[in-house]
Design a protein around this ligand. Structure first.
Ligand code: CP
Length: 313
């Protein structure tokens, strides 16, 4: 049985990104997630609590893992599609935040515009969790470092490479890795580099914990010595209008067996999924012996349950 012990928490705080949360709280959250993974007897930590899950964009992993996790913790998930809410007919974010706060104990939201989630958190009286915006995917970043930790044990100083579009998953891996003191290198083409303010903040966090963050444009340079090689879709939700140009630009950044061979001999391959065979990754890699993508997907359940236990106490 998992027990509550005094620990640093994110208690009562929203999670819009990982950039302003203490490393000790994140480390504790990952320890709790590890415990949830091995202990079939979950505490009913959310008994009598309701959590709104607002999805403005499609989702398989995030929606199912939140819904199952809340239920296993004894809580009640309220799943809402943005288009079915009055939000879709023009009710403001401010009014939606105030009303939902009267009914539920936390709000999980997926939408494209990060400012929308920030506004929701600004007006809500309950914590808000970002379930993916164009800028950050913190729940994914937590599952990524949990997966790297479970494969290698202590991860401080471990080199992880992100290859491809410098997008929300790149940002969240950088920040999550920085909090763990990892050496995170992003290999992205010019024009698709991660946002400089995020890189600067991640590097500041990394250096405070003995790690580093770097950005290069050569995918082979990025994966050199890396023990985790991570990629994500080349055309994220909201970027569909740029598809043809993106496919041309990103083709040298495909994670295939040749690129994996340029990484450390024990390197694992990561991808948040859904994957596109032959584009950002090949099936031989993500269905192959070095793939950790299924563990990575499963770990969403544990990090998000730990997050809700942590935030809602
Ligand atoms: N990785 C991820 O967020 O998956 P979904 O889009 O299916 O939720």
């Amino acid at each position: 049985m998992i027990r509550h012990v005094p620990h640093p928490t994110l208690g009562g705080r929203s999670l819009l990104s990982l950039m302003n949360h203490p490393a000790e709280a994140v480390r504790h959250l990952l320890d709790l997630a590890d415990s949830l993974k091995t202990d079939p007897e979950w505490p009913k930590a959310l008994a009598g609590r309701s959590v709104a899950l607002v999805f403005d964009q499609p989702s398989t992993r995030t929606r199912v893992s939140f819904e199952v996790g809340i239920t296993r913790l004894g809580g009640h998930p309220v799943v809402l599609a943005g288009r079915d809410m009055q939000l879709g007919r023009g009710e403001t974010i401010e009014d939606t935040a105030k009303v939902l706060s009267r009914f539920v104990d936390a709000i999980v939201i997926r939408t494209v515009d990060h400012a929308t989630v920030a506004a929701l958190a600004g007006h809500a009286d309950v914590p808000v969790i970002n379930a993916l915006t164009h800028d950050h995917h913190p729940c994914q970043g937590l599952a990524d470092v949990m997966t790297i930790r479970e494969h290698f044990g202590e991860v401080a100083g471990l080199r992880a490479a992100y290859v491809g579009d410098g997008n929300n998953c790149c940002h969240s891996l950088m920040v999550a890795g920085a909090l763990m003191g990892m050496e995170v290198v992003a290999g992205c083409p010019e024009g698709y580099l991660p946002d400089p303010p995020v890189v600067e903040r991640a590097d500041e966090i990394a250096r405070a914990h003995g790690g580093s963050v770097a950005v290069v444009t050569d995918p082979r340079e990025a994966v050199d010595g890396a023990r985790a090689v991570y990629t994500d879709v080349w055309v994220s939700m909201g970027d569909e209008g740029e598809e043809a140009e993106r496919l041309r630009t990103f083709s040298p950044y495909r994670v295939d067996e040749a690129l994996m061979a340029a990484a450390a001999p024990d390197a694992i391959a990561l991808h948040p999924l859904p994957a596109h065979d032959g584009l950002e990754i090949t099936r031989a890699v993500y269905h192959g012996p070095r793939s950790a993508v299924w563990d990575e997907a499963e770990n969403r359940l544990y990090v998000q349950a730990a997050l809700l236990m942590n935030i809602l106490g």
